[in-house]
Design a protein around this ligand. Sequence first.
Ligand code: 5AD
Ligand code: SF4
Length: 346
Amino acid sequence: MHPLIEKALTNHHLEKNELVELLYNDNTNQELFAAADETRRQYVGDGVHLRGLIEFSNFCRNNCCYCGLRRDNKNIERYRIDEDTIFMLAEHAARNLGLKTVVLQSGEDMYFDREKLCSVIRRIKTLGVALTLSIGEKSLEDYQAYKKAGADRFLLRIETTDKQLYLDNDPGMSFENRVECIKNLGRAGLEIGTGVLVGLPGQTIDSYADDILFFKEVNADMIGIGPFIPHPDTPLKDAAGGTLDMALKVMALTRLLLPDINIPATTAMETLTPNGQAKALKAGANVIMPNITLTQYRRHYELYPGKSTTGYTPDESLKAVKDKISALGRFVAEGPGFHEKKNFLP
Ligand code: 5AD
Ligand code: SF4
């Protein structure tokens, strides 16, 4: 075994230059994936946690250069799902599909203010599920109010820790504010989910190593990593996009350095390569987020083209995910799947 992979497997720590070395080296990918798989098994077991994803609004005030929901994209039909329908989808997920976590995701849609969100959070919490929000940058007071209403977790990717690259790709946004928002999630008592894109034009191996160290620094509970997939209605339409292998490598190293956290096999991985999620589940991932949005809305929630869940119903998406899990000899985990901190060195 490569000495650095062995070191990561026993110490769960690597220096930046060591991360860089493994990220450059393509001869040890299989060993790296196997080591991450072993760490995943030891720390979080064979159960795969399912999180039912509801994409409840595709309005967004931001203009991220990589994203199909960016405000300057006039080629999409914008929609909002009303509170009763959001609740109905969550209820179906909890009562009929047996899901233990519901994730509410949207663009940064100012229509859903604190009061409206807290009201829907309170209603969904009566179903006895864990609730995750993925709705962008808000104030600390907002995050505290969501927590008080019953929200458990929040996903806000840093997207990249390369500040210049962040500013280039997220026009009008502040890198410092994004970091502050991520830290505020923890201050508000929410589980912190963050993560990055892999394969933006100009994104470097050096910055992926920084990304992984950043995940440790903010004490992340969940990390989502997805290959960048160019969208035709964005300024990055002609970019090359990310590769599954690099996304899996960043993910596998994240598992080795943060052994007990939750890591999803992302939809972007599956979209880029059929079987991408299965590969991720064998390289450190322990979570899948089946899409439970109504079919009629899915094609409008096009962060990137060809999203693997477009066109299916909630029940079909769940079945596809369950089949994938059993084909690997794994099983759907019981319980809400909070981050249980385990002791490890150092
Ligand atoms: N390719 C892959 N992922 C994307 N996201 C946005 N646009 C793209 C794209 N073109 C990701 C961002 C965001 C998450 C909700 O979707 O990382 O945080
Ligand atoms: Fe909006 Fe998020 Fe897309 Fe950026 S990545 S444009 S914040 S939906």
